[in-house]
Design a protein around this ligand. Structure first.
Ligand SMILES: [Zn+2]
Length: 387
């Protein structure tokens, strides 16, 4: 059974693209931001709050869900959508990134990534085929290939070896997906027959390697393409350059996903370079640490200057937090360690991110994206960083 995933490019303004993709669980307008729902939950948020904030798709982490509660348990409960009660689109990563960043005593071979669980020390082997099967059982709408995550900085030689292995792994992930679609779905325990699979372009900061990786990944053929291995500590202008040059080499007719990025400014700057999809823990993680993103820049709610500040977090924001509560109250909740602080701050940060994406889409459709971009960048740098 072929994937029921389709993508339509609706308008362009410079390199910025307005589009829409369709999945078995609904449609997503692009450029899109995907809140990160690590363990089947966007931390501190109810699904209802996500819907109200305008989230059309969320991301689930395969590494966490595989270890706990387990992909087979989730498949027995009807798949991830049903298990967590989120009927809208879901993208899952391959688990590779967490194996590289979280797991203990990992060993990478051509076969896959052997690692010990950070929860109980148990030994696991994550192969390209295994990562494909686990995501088939989870039943996300978009599955990602397993790739090797290269640390920054890396030498050109190391980056070549890693990129070439990622291409070979991508081929194995696609071969397994083809088997699942061709009749092995039952054996694999797949719960979403319309699942799409995206390839990932690697190559570090070396454009010659990015070009080779893009060509080889497109040659294998996927429903969409991601750019991985950025936002890992390289200078910002270098990241923007690699994004621009790599996006240019990806097919116009398919979505482009920049993994793990970034700040509100990064979203606008990378849309300007042809990116359609983003995910990042920044709005949720920073919210729990008291850092709030606003239309005038970032503010840290812990700061004493907000102790008796009657104003909302962001006068330009229409979220529940901004409509209902003062900075003074949010500062008090944070300092008192109240759980509501995490919930209210996360709701605001995600609302700001999702509203920014909405404004980006409007600007592209009106062909005023460049004006929007200049005004946005001027505006978000207005508040000095007080954190
Ligand atoms: Zn707000």
């Amino acid at each position: 059974m072929p994937s029921s995933f389709t993508f339509s490019l609706l308008a362009t303004d410079g390199a910025a693209r307005l589009g829409e993709f369709h999945t078995p669980h609904g449609s997503v307008q692009t450029p899109a931001f995907m809140p990160v729902g690590t363990q089947g939950s966007v931390k501190a948020m109810r699904h209802r709050d996500l819907e109200e904030a305008g989230a059309q798709i969320i991301l689930g982490n395969t590494y966490h869900l595989y270890l706990r509660p387990g992909d087979r348990l989730i498949a027995r409960r009807g798949g991830l959508h049903r298990f967590i009660g989120w009927p809208h689109p879901i993208l899952t990563d391959s688990g590779g990134y967490q194996v590289f960043s979280l797991a203990e005593r990992r060993k990478i071979t051509e076969e896959g990534a052997e690692f010990r669980s950070h929860l109980d020390g148990s030994l696991h082997l994550l192969t390209p085929e295994g990562a494909t099967d686990i995501q088939a059982r989870l039943g996300s709408d978009i599955a990602m290939v397993l790739d090797e995550c290269l640390a920054f900085p890396a030498t050109h030689d190391d980056a070549v070896r890693s990129m070439e292995r990622s291409v070979r792994w991508a081929g194995r992930c696609r071969a397994r997906m083809t088997q699942i679609r061709g009749g092995a779905a039952g054996e694999a325990g797949a719960t979403n027959p319309g699942q799409a699979q995206f390839g990932i372009v690697q190559g570090g900061i070396f454009q010659d390697l990015r070009d080779r990786s893009a060509a080889a990944t497109i040659e294998i053929g996927f429903e969409g393409y991601a750019i991985g291995g950025l936002s890992v500590g390289e200078p910002l202008d270098l990241m923007y350059m690699v994004v621009a040059e790599t996006a240019r080499r990806l097919p116009d007719a398919q979505p482009r996903y920049l993994m793990g990025t970034g700040t509100p400014e990064d979203l606008v700057e990378c849309v300007a370079r042809g990116i359609d999809m983003f995910d990042c823990v920044l709005p949720t993680r920073n919210a729990r640490n008291g850092q709030l993103f606003t239309s005038e820049g970032r503010l840290n709610i812990k700061n004493a200057r907000y102790a008796e500040d009657e104003g909302p977090v962001d006068p330009a924001c229409g979220c529940y937090t901004c409509r209902t509560h003062s900075r003074a109250y949010l500062r008090h909740l944070y300092l008192a360690g109240e759980m509501a602080a995490g919930a209210l701050n996360t709701l605001h940060n995600l609302s700001f991110y999702l509203d920014t994406m909405r404004r980006i889409r409007d600007a592209i459709s009106l062909r005023t994206f460049d004006t929007f971009r200049q005004e946005f960048l001027r505006s978000v740098s207005r508040l000095s960083l007080d954190s």
